[in-house]
Design a protein around this ligand. Sequence first.
Ligand code: RP5
Length: 171
Amino acid sequence: MNTENCPLVSVIMGSTSDLPIMEKALEFLDSMGVKFEVNALSAHRTPAEVESFAANAQNRGIKVIIAGAGMAAALPGVIAANTVVPVIGVPIKGTFDGLDALLSMIQMPPGIPVATVAVNGALNAAILALQILAVDNRALMQKMAAYKQGLKTKIVKANEALSKLDYNNMV
Ligand code: RP5
């Protein structure tokens, strides 16, 4: 089987209304050159399809699943209940500032973990997904290390800017 074009990461969202947030994950995966797929599935509106997707994910070569959903966000939990592929949940801010979705994802019962990132934290979900993939992928590990190294630049620039503040008692 030619696996060159098989997705390694599957990004699922409960609705296309989640796309503006989930795009942060897609952009990061794309920038790192990792093959991914994107689909909308809903634990409440298409429960049978969610179950079938999750049950087949491992056989299809999917290594990590990122699932974003808002409100009563059962999507990542239901996927996690039907696969051993690691699931990263992205709570989407809708009602209650996203607390409803956050609690729906983070309060999973023992045995069915969902690695939940911050509300609207799609970028972190993609970073975590690639860190998981990088465990046995040296080239990707080097890319992720370079990415993390690059984050330091922001703080170097912040300190340059802060050093220009002018207060009488700032020493
Ligand atoms: C959830 O309900 C979706 O993930 C979305 O965040 C929210 C609202 O969905 P739409 O009514 O916009 O399709 O299932």
